[in-house]
Design a protein around this ligand. Structure first.
Ligand code: 13P
Length: 251
């Protein structure tokens, strides 16, 4: 049985003071989620990670939005896994489409990051998804299949059992043009089939999320799909009322 998972990706939003306010206001929500067997998380900016970790409930997953695969060195502007671990952060997004688009995050680079996170007992939340051109050309499964296969290459079944995959069609992110539940189910099931091919029955325990214009009004429909285990939410996760409504609507 896969536990439901709701994660907010704050992207480049919120001052530290705003993040702290959210963290404090979210304490009861994390408790409510736990009582209902739902995992709740947020991915603040690096600057707010410590504040959110310290002020949110212990039950709240606090993840980074990115990480470097090397432990230390001459990589100006980067943050390493030991730096996150020192703050008690043990999740990180990998391969978000905005990083793939603006920061040259390739499948190969994602693979290095995922391997480094797993070697350090951290949970990668690996984002995959096709662009509008690829969607319109009918290439979704080819693209997503490649992203999963390359991103998770050279790993064993026991390594990947706790990873989380998020299917986020690029054309649905921040556009209000969300994928239909049929598409979300079809591609999340496809991802699980690829995982089964690569890792066997472990695939049945790996959580696959949908992301892209998820709102309180549509979150329940996505989570009612048999292969959609949760949601990765951008815009609708920023305000505590909306975040609470997302949770309430899947209880
Ligand atoms: P929106 O929910 O704003 O479309 O963003 C989705 C996303 O990119 C989450 O990582």
């Amino acid at each position: 049985m896969r536990r439901k998972l709701l994660v907010g990706n704050w992207k480049m939003n919120k001052l530290v003071s705003e993040a702290k306010e959210f963290a404090l206001a979210s304490r009861d929500l994390a408790k409510k989620a736990k009582e209902n067997n739902i995992d709740l998380g947020v991915c603040p900016t690096y600057l707010s990670l410590q504040t959110v970790k310290e002020n949110a409930s212990k039950d709240m997953i606090v993840g980074a939005q990115n990480v470097h695969f090397k432990e230390s060195g001459a990589f100006t502007g980067e943050i390493s896994i030991p730096m996150l671990k020192e703050l008690g952060i043990d999740w990180s997004l990998v391969g978000h489409s905005e990083r793939r688009t603006y920061d040259n995050e390739t499948d190969e680079k994602c693979n290095l990051k995922i391997k480094a996170l797993l070697q350090n007992q951290m949970v990668p939340l690996y984002c995959v998804g096709e662009t509008l051109n690829e969607f319109e050309a009918g290439q979704t499964k080819e693209v997503v299949g490649r992203q999963v296969r390359v991103g998770l290459k050279e790993l064993a079944a026991e390594d990947v059992k706790d990873i989380v995959i998020a299917y986020e069609p690029v054309w649905s992110i921040g556009t209000g043009k969300n994928a239909s539940t049929e598409i979300a189910q079809d591609i999340c099931k496809f991802i699980r089939d690829v995982l089964r091919e690569m890792f066997g029955d472990v695939a049945d325990g790996i959580r696959v999320l949908y992301g892209g214009s998820v709102k309180p009004e549509n979150v329940k429909a996505y989570l009612s799909c048999p292969d959609v285990d949760g949601a990765l939410v951008g815009g609708a996760s920023l305000k505590i009322d909306s975040y609470e409504a997302l949770l309430n609507n899947i209880l």
